[in-house]
Design a protein around this ligand. Sequence first.
Ligand SMILES: [Zn+2]
Ligand SMILES: [Zn+2]
Length: 333
Amino acid sequence: MVTELAQEIYNLLEESLALSLSYFVNTEKRIHILYLLSSMILAYYVFSKSRIKTSFIKYLFPKRIWASQSAFVDYYLFVFNSIFKIMLIAPYIIVGFYIAFYINEALLVIFGYPKFSLGVTQTIILYTISLTIFGDFLTYIVHLLMHKVPFLWEFHKVHHSATTLNPMTQYRIHPLELIINNIRGIIVFGLVTGFFDYLSAHSIDKMVFLGVNVFHFIFLFFGSNLRHSHVKLKYPKYLEFIFISPFQHQIHHSIDPKHFNKNMGSKLAIWDYIFGTLVLSRSASKVRFGIPKENLKYKSFWQNLINPFINQIGYFKRAKKLTKNQKNKSNFF
Ligand SMILES: [Zn+2]
Ligand SMILES: [Zn+2]
């Protein structure tokens, strides 16, 4: 019995490690070798334009960033989170297809068969555009909630507690945030796929929907890895109203209160522009990363894992105290 359990745990750990390593050769993942290389080329462009005197390799891989205590928390969380991906996320990906099925059914019941149906090419183009825009919008909304709702902020703080940024910081998220993000992804996939399944009258195989999204590929190829880095890649001013540049995301990580809750978009900057949370690269020069006053509380892997829960107790106690005070006040009057 004990040996069986030990074997199960060993298998899970082995699978988690394999999943983590597979990210470097998975074209859907940001840290695929190809995207890391394309990011290096863009970093070289930034390097050549700057007045930095060191060699390019030294500029790209400073020990104080890649071997910092903060970076090690990123690496540990990346591997640790893969356990959750295997146990709690992978088995539920299928839910996206169920949602798609029921959306399609619901549309048929409400509107009947559509009067026209999209062709295969039309479907793929419009589907990819819709998935990108709707997915990006929901990513913005969920990110906004992560910053504004105290319960969620405690978990999202883990991402912001990074004091140095490297491409692996993208995966520095609390397991609870990982689960929320995946639920969001499954819902977006289900809704958009169901809608286009209806409009295309099932003319294309559902697996096509899982194919590579060209917009996602462009996003990954053109320096998405530099968002979490010290390389200040900025876009021309007008482009930064449409797309979030790597430096704009670095501003999102700034410890300066004037940058709090800014640049919360993922691919598109338009949501930040619409909701008044956009900051352009030119309005910030040097940014330090982290969360004010609390960086010291999030130095280790365990602190990042446990603190979000401990802090909820703090909120609960404060809320209790507040209601008690209000009760006393009303008794007094
Ligand atoms: Zn954030
Ligand atoms: Zn980030």
